[in-house]
Design a protein around this ligand. Sequence first.
Ligand SMILES: Cc1cc2nc3c(=O)[nH]c(=O)nc-3n(C[C@H](O)[C@H](O)[C@H](O)COP(=O)(O)O)c2cc1C
Length: 205
Amino acid sequence: MSNTAFQQLTVTQAAEARVSIRKYTDEAVSDETINELIRVAGTAPTPWNLQPWRIIAVKDKDTLAKLQEAAYGQRQVGSSAVTFVIATDMDDVIATLEDTVHPGMADRVDETAKSIRDHFAGYSAADLHWWGRSQGYSFMAYLLLAAQSHGYATSPMLGFDPAKVKEMFGLGENVQIPAIVSLGRPAEEGFPQFRHPLDRYVKIV
Ligand SMILES: Cc1cc2nc3c(=O)[nH]c(=O)nc-3n(C[C@H](O)[C@H](O)[C@H](O)COP(=O)(O)O)c2cc1C
C-alpha cells in the first residue's frame, strides 16, 4: 500500500482508536489501496464461505456528489476520498455456486452446490436477501478496522435512500445495501468513543 508512512495498528489498537469521522482531507486514495482494503475486508468469514458482498468503490467527485444527495446530504460522502457501497446479492451467489465454492472441495462441487441450493430453497425471497445482507456487516466491520490500521478514517452509514443508490449503480431489486462507508484521511477528531460497560451486556456462565 502507498501509505507506508503510517505504522499499521494491531486489530485491538485499530478497534480502540476508531471513531466515526465525517470530514476528510483532500488527500486522494490510490486504486491499489482501495483494492487492498477491500481484499482485507473480504477475508471476513461467511457461512459456507459464500461471500455475498459486491462492492462499488466510488471516488469520482461527481458521483460522490450524487451519492451524497442519496445519503440525505451527509457531508462525509462528498468529503471522502472514496465511499464504498457495500451491496449483497444472494441471487448471484445462488446462480454461481459452481464457480465459487472452495477449491479444496473440487471433487464435490455439484454436491455442495446442491446442498446449499436445497437449504436456501426453504427461504422466502425476503429472508434470503436479509441473510445475505447480514453477512455484509462482517465485511463492513473488517473494512473499518483495515482502514483504521492503515491510518484512514471511516464513517459507516445507513442514512441513505437504497432505491436511489441502486438506481445510480444499476443494482437489481433483489440487491441489498447493508451500508455505505466513507473513507479518507481525518480532518476532525470526531466524538470520543463511548461504549457500554461489559456488565451491561455480558454474562459468563
Ligand atoms: C451500520 C451503521 C450505520 C450508521 N449510519 C450512520 C449514518 O447514516 N450517519 C452517521 O452520521 N453515522 C452513522 N453511523 C455511525 C454511528 O452513529 C456510530 O458508529 C456510533 O455512534 C458509534 O460512534 P463511533 O463510530 O464514533 O465509535 C452508523 C454506524 C453504523 C455501524
